[in-house]
Design a protein around this ligand. Structure first.
Ligand SMILES: Cc1cc2nc3c(=O)[nH]c(=O)nc-3n(C[C@H](O)[C@H](O)[C@H](O)COP(=O)(O)OP(=O)(O)OC[C@H]3O[C@@H](n4cnc5c(N)ncnc54)[C@H](O)[C@@H]3O)c2cc1C
Length: 421
């Protein structure tokens, strides 16, 4: 007879989101085991840009985005690229995405994301202090830098709405900004500073979350893949994994961009077309001599520049090409080309890593957090898109509150998986 292990709470996925859920659940008194198919932090949480951005609450699905995306389909190194192909799930996802490119949905997604981003931002500073997370966390703010006055004016137009969402904003004209930031080439026409934003080194953050969890008695099993779940007649959740069967009171699925592949395995088929992997790239270098004082978004090129004491990274681009595992040279080169338009030293002296990751993109750009419909005890924590690091602590707390039945710190309604059913 197959040996069945018993755990109180099983978290599936050892990225920033799964580990944050595990820590918050542990703090709420639960015994926790995390299973990770590969290694902790080997997914999107590894080589991302590490910015913590309540300022990024507005979703990708913005008015005018459909026209922009169609234009960019003809340009393989554009910041957003949809690989033309026959994939009914991708097209269903795109249709939902396109239907939300209007002011009303844009605002409602932004408000929903904002609550979680703001909660997470405050919570992250507490976690860094309380768990002594050595992850190069800095409350630096982040700057949008512009070389095109039309783009600057478009973004300035959103500033009152961002302020309404609780995002502190400062604006600079070109000469003023250039004088204060010598890393930039001349030609800046303006900048927007989000003083409440922050940054950290994401691979260290994930490693430190894992350490903090283990120190508090949490267990992490690497090389253990979730296969499927069933509810036994006596009401227990039975989870089948590559390392055997395990029974749990609660199961949290935090498998990032892989989540739609598990839709059938958790009995929630709607998840299949509700998410797509949004591929992004980064290049990490030794630190150049002249780096910006805080993370920058080179706005016209959508390139994010992050400099830590331990390294320097260019990152970004959004590509919908399914689970394609190739490193696209053209898109990597576009990062360096974009950075070279703005920065005196766009790259570091030595490349350390060229990387891609799959962002877990939900069709409404709102995270998917809460109970799996029709499977009591199963929970989802996924769909964090471009902001899973910045939303990790708030998601962890929300999941812990929902699982343990406490009053949640943020209203869970906008994130409920049932909205996709
Ligand atoms: C280029 C780029 C830049 C980015 N910049 C930022 C940024 O500046 N700030 C920010 O907040 N976000 C950023 N993001 C987004 C961020 O990386 C993601 O939102 C976040 O990492 C998602 O975390 P996660 O834990 O949900 O997923 P992941 O980190 O992908 O973790 C999911 C884990 O689940 C595991 N798994 C999958 N299937 C199974 C299974 N069957 N069984 C067990 N385990 C399984 C995987 O191996 C993986 O380790 C960026 C992303 C990219 C690509």
């Amino acid at each position: 007879m197959q040996k069945v292990a018993r755990v109180d709470t099983l978290v599936v996925g050892g990225g920033a989101v799964g580990l944050a859920c595990a820590i918050a659940l542990r703090e709420a008194g639960r015994a926790v085991r995390v299973i990770e198919a590969s290694q902790v932090g080997s997914g999107a949480s590894h080589g991302n840009c590490g910015t913590i951005t309540p300022s990024h609450a507005p979703p990708l699905a913005a008015p005018g985005m459909v026209q922009t995306a169609l234009r960019w389909m003809l340009q393989p190194d554009a910041p957003l690229y949809i690989q033309p192909r026959v994939d009914p799930r991708l097209w269903r996802w795109l249709l939902t995405f396109a239907s939300r490119c209007n002011v009303r949905d844009w605002e409602s997604s932004a408000r929903a994301k904002s609550r979680l981003l703001n909660d997470s931002r405050a919570r992250l500073a507490d976690w860094v202090r309380d768990y002594a997370l050595a992850c190069e966390f800095v409350e630096s703010g982040e700057d949008y830098v512009f070389r095109d006055p039309r783009k600057r004016d478009k973004d300035l137009h959103e500033v009152p709405f961002l302020r309404e969402l609780g995002v502190p904003v400062e604006t600079f004209d070109g000469p003023e900004y250039e004088a204060a930031e010598p890393a930039l080439k001349p030609g800046v026409v303006g900048a927007i500073r989000f003083t409440g934003d922050a940054a950290l080194r994401p691979d260290k953050y994930v490693a430190e979350l894992a350490r903090a969890l283990r120190e508090r008695g949490g267990e992490i099993v690497e090389g253990c893949a979730f296969d499927h779940i069933e509810r036994t007649r006596d009401g227990v959740l039975r989870v089948h994994t590559s390392q055997g069967v395990c029974e749990a009171r609660d199961v949290v699925i935090a498998t990032g961009a892989w989540s739609p592949q598990l839709a059938r395995a958790i009995g929630f088929p709607a998840l299949r077309s509700a998410m797509q992997p949004g591929k992004g790239y980064s290049i990490t270098y030794d630190v150049p001599a002249r780096v910006p004082a805080r993370p920058l978004i080179l706005r016209e090129r959508s390139v994010c520049v992050t400099a830590w004491a331990s390294g320097y990274r260019l990152g970004s681009t959004m590509e919908f090409s399914g689970y394609d595992t190739t490193l696209n040279e053209r898109r990597l080169a576009a990062l360096e080309r974009g950075a070279a338009e703005y920065l005196h030293e766009p790259v570091g002296p030595r490349v350390r890593e060229r990387w891609f990751g799959w962002r877990p993109m939900s069709c409404d750009d709102i995270p998917i957090i809460g109970a799996v419909p029709d499977l009591a005890g199963a929970w989802l924590a996924t769909g964090h898109g471009m902001m899973g690091i910045g939303m990790s602590t708030g998601t962890g707390q929300l999941i812990a509150d929902l699982v343990t039945g406490r009053a949640p710190a943020v209203d869970p309604a906008p994130y409920a998986p049932s909205r996709l059913a």
